[in-house]
Design a protein around this ligand. Structure first.
Ligand code: GUN
Length: 300
């Protein structure tokens, strides 16, 4: 079994990003700038946002965190997003999810300029992704593609099963691996909460991607011998053994499944680290203006 090590893969990707930032600076440009908006103080969101800021610093990006209380109105938030859309000093903008129930995620997503949408959540970026056009890819699926590439895992002609159909991971992942690209050209099946005989389907997978947020859901009996198993789950479980009072659990029962898999990603230390790389890569592309939008702007 080979471990799909997010530490190794993200470190090598970050070395590449650092050298691109140096080249940008040498050409007289300012460093890439990512802005994150955090509403409320959800523990997991705090952790993600501070990790994003730390990683920006590591690769030489500027990062700004804007905090709002849970009680912030939708209109104040949307106005701030519109202001950032026009701010030429900011390349990428993310609004950390989840948001409080009185704020509509769809409105927030569609207010962010597709040019600055480094989360790749805007319908224009999603639509372009589906059509294999230049766009920002959602960070977690992008991170998984980078991981498959790093380990030289062949995807063409392979049977891939994705468990989970979220807009952030499952759905885009299934599209990306279906596309006529490398990595890609898989035959993909998506399983979800209404899927019957899920084990029968997952056992056919050469590449199994678990993204449902149910700790240890994938058991050895669900996995084919020699499969590539990618665990996207990051659930916080309380623990008396750690200083923080919690530990992270993946969607895969690692101990059992590792004995059968050819490749497997751990949690923590796997896909989570690659999500950050996906976000950094998108922000760098935004700073370089690598994704062309008509007139430089699609939304008036
Ligand atoms: N919450 C959980 N994952 C993500 C992500 O990739 N982006 C944002 N903005 N929020 C999240």
């Amino acid at each position: 079994m080979i471990l799909l090590d997010g530490k190794v893969t993200s470190a090598s990707a970050k070395i590449r990003i650092i050298s691109e930032v140096k080249a940008l600076l040498a050409s007289g440009k300012r460093p890439p700038h990512l802005c994150a908006i955090l509403v409320g103080n959800d523990g997991a969101s705090e952790t993600y946002v501070s990790s994003k800021a730390r990683n920006c610093e590591e690769v030489g990006f500027k990062s700004t965190l804007l905090r709002y209380p849970d009680s912030v109105s939708e209109e104040i938030l949307l106005d701030k997003i519109r202001e950032i859309n026009e701010d030429s000093e900011i390349d990428g903008l993310i609004v950390q999810l989840p948001l409080p129930p009185h704020i509509q995620v769809q409105k927030v997503t569609e207010t962010i300029s597709p040019r600055k949408d480094v989360d790749g959540f805007h319908p224009i970026n999603i639509g372009r992704m589906v059509q294999n056009q230049p766009c920002y890819l959602p960070a977690t699926p992008l991170g998984i593609l980078l991981m498959l590439e790093h380990y030289g895992i062949e995807t063409s002609g392979k049977k891939c099963v994705v468990i989970g159909r979220s807009n952030i991971v499952g759905l885009p992942m299934s599209i990306l691996l279906t596309r006529n690209n490398n990595p890609g050209n898989c035959t993909v099946t998506i399983c979800h909460s209404k899927t019957k005989n899920i084990e029968e389907i997952t056992r056919t997978a050469d590449i199994l991607i678990a993204a449902i947020g149910k700790p240890r859901f994938v058991k050895a009996s669900m996995v084919k011998d020699g499969a590539v198993v990618i665990d996207v789950g990051i659930t916080r479980e309380s623990s008396t053994l750690t200083k923080s009072g919690y530990k992270l659990a993946g969607d895969v029962d690692f101990e059992q499944v590792a004995a059968k898999a050819a490749y497997i990603s751990p949690v923590p230390g796997g896909v989570g680290l690659m999500t950050i790389v996906g976000l950094l890569q998108n922000t760098l592309r935004a700073a370089k203006g690598e994704v062309a939008f008509w007139n430089g702007e699609l939304i008036s």
